[in-house]
Design a protein around this ligand. Sequence first.
Ligand code: HSE
Length: 296
Amino acid sequence: MIEVKVPATSANMGPGFDCLGIAVNMYNKFAVEEIENGLIFQGGDEKYNNEENLVYVAMKKCFDKIGYKPKGLKICIENDIPISRGLGSSAACVVGGIVCANELAGGILTRQELLELAVEMEGHPDNITPALFGGMTVSIYENNKVYSSSVNVKKGIKFCALIPDFTLSTEKARAVLPKNIEFSQGIFNIGRTALMIAALNNGDFHLIKQACKDKLHEDYRAELIDSFYAVKEECEKLNCLGVYLSGAGPTIMVMLEEENHDFCREIKKFLKSLQSKWEIRELQIDCEGTVVRHVS
Ligand code: HSE
């Protein structure tokens, strides 16, 4: 049996639309084995346990690429990453499925091939790359190739995910984005993306607040997220390093100094006053990425 653990990821990180992403310590776990025939699911959400299951579709894609034909499959799924919340749950399922299939077939594909296969399915690389490699990554996708590099984040920061009880599909959140942007908006985001990378790499955490700003997606998506600006403003008042919409949302991600022990307690009080229910998860950076274990 093959066991695979894949971390949640927070994409965009403010200005880095479709290129920045970071893995955090919340996980989906998959265990797969080849059986005599048929397709059996265990765990996961019943309504996704069919041939359209993302983990299964990703496994099939990988088997097809390798040319491997399993007799039957048993797929066990343990989801801790909430679905359609901007924390990379679909990336985790795609990466999990592809890595499981590759291992079952004998570990034929390289890490780069696994990355490109997963990004081809997902459409953009910013969740897939950190889900596979861990840590913070910069990645771009061009002509079916992924170009990526890791960012060494200085010790001293942690994250707090504010996760509402409503979902937002990436498809819907991308549909509200403009087709064109102003030149000045491009400049705004390029500078801040570069500043975010440098600030995290050098430990210049006081710059994160400026670096976090975005003009490419957050304002368009805000209308889809109940109390988005109110939550953001409150976080800023509570002495956070930075706050941004995680991926396509609706989760709002807060960056904090490691020794900030008051934020979670204070923001909890505020979130209780809102109409929707919000869960708070304090998170650390995951540096391992996808982990594989062969169990006999
Ligand atoms: N960069 C993507 C977006 C992440 O913001 O649409 C969503 O998975």
